[in-house]
Ligand binder design. Structure first.
Ligand SMILES: C[S@@+](CC[C@H](N)C(=O)[O-])C[C@H]1O[C@@H](n2cnc3c(N)ncnc32)[C@H](O)[C@@H]1O
Length: 267
């Protein structure tokens, strides 16, 4: 059977509100071997930007990048957070509402296919873990380049082909149709650079070193449920839960899952 590619309608359904994304973030927060927070690590790379930068994030999700860095967002940055999902925007707005950062940020709902901004508007553009979803990536990269000022920087995080490979194997062991990796194929650590180089003169890749050592089947199941529930009908879910619990027992209560994650910086 073929691998599981998500159709655009399924991507919209997955991100309709933040619950699915929250389940995924919870697994990483809890079981990552690298205790230096991913969102702090990403933000570290942006701190060399001008003190009065205009910043655009597309596919901002729940606004976690900003929530995890509230203590050090330069006070003269003017930030626009955007997403194609109204539910995500609502959660991001709620997450940041009662903070001093709220005065610096505006929220916009639009699709990354066309950016409603003038050419050369931003010093920084961020597209983290989202370029693999856009319907026409070359068009989106062209738009990101267009709205950046000369000398501006694009930050684009994504995963590599081995990201969560052991989880993929676990799922495929239950049913070959449950293959997750295909979701990111369009823009990964191993194929992102040439795509960026079509639009940007300088492209570098920084890798974040971390894996998952999972000790609670329930959180792994919540993660899987958030990604593939549309494909597992109710009566098979119970069988899948039993299968996952048995795997934990078989491996002495611990499941190792490698991560392969990084950040492209393009100028
Ligand atoms: C995996 S989440 C990443 C969220 C956030 N950047 C982060 O790193 O936590 C992908 C996000 O991209 C958004 N998205 C998907 N397709 C999009 C598109 N065509 N235009 C804009 N946003 C999109 C989704 O709604 C979702 O919020």
């Amino acid at each position: 059977m073929g691998s599981m590619l998500l159709a655009q309608s399924q991507i919209s359904e997955q991100y309709r509100n933040s619950h699915n994304l929250d389940a995924r973030i919870a697994l990483h927060d809890r079981f990552s071997t690298n205790k230096y927070d991913w969102m702090r690590w990403v933000f570290d790379h942006m701190l060399a930007a001008p003190a009065a930068s205009r910043v655009l994030e597309i596919g901002c999700g729940t606004g976690q990048l900003w929530k995890n860095n509230l203590d050090r967002i330069p006070s003269h940055w003017a930030v626009t957070l955007s997403d194609t999902s109204a539910g995500m925007i609502e959660t991001a707005r709620a997450n940041l509402a009662a903070t001093s950062f709220a005065a610096q940020v505006q929220f916009w709902q639009f699709d990354a296919d066309h950016l409603p901004f003038d050419t050369a508007s931003f010093d920084i553009v961020i597209a983290n873990h989202m370029l693999y979803h856009v319907p026409n990536i070359d068009n989106t990269l062209g738009e990101l380049r267009r709205v950046l000022k000369p000398g501006g920087q694009l930050f684009a995080a994504t995963n590599g082909p081995n990201h969560m490979r052991e989880l993929d194997e676990l799922l495929v062991g239950f049913d070959p149709v449950l293959k997750l990796q295909a979701v990111t194929d369009q823009f990964r650590l191993d194929n992102g650079a040439p795509q960026l180089q079509k639009h940007f003169a300088q492209v570098s890749l920084q890798r974040y070193d971390s894996n998952l050592v999972v000790t609670e089947p329930a959180l792994l199941l919540a993660y899987v449920y958030s990604v593939i529930r549309a494909f597992i009908i109710a009566e098979r879910w119970a069988a899948f839960e039993a299968y996952v619990h048995a795997k934990f027992v078989e491996r002495g209560g611990t499941l190792f899952i490698q991560k392969e994650t990084g950040l492209f910086v393009a100028e």
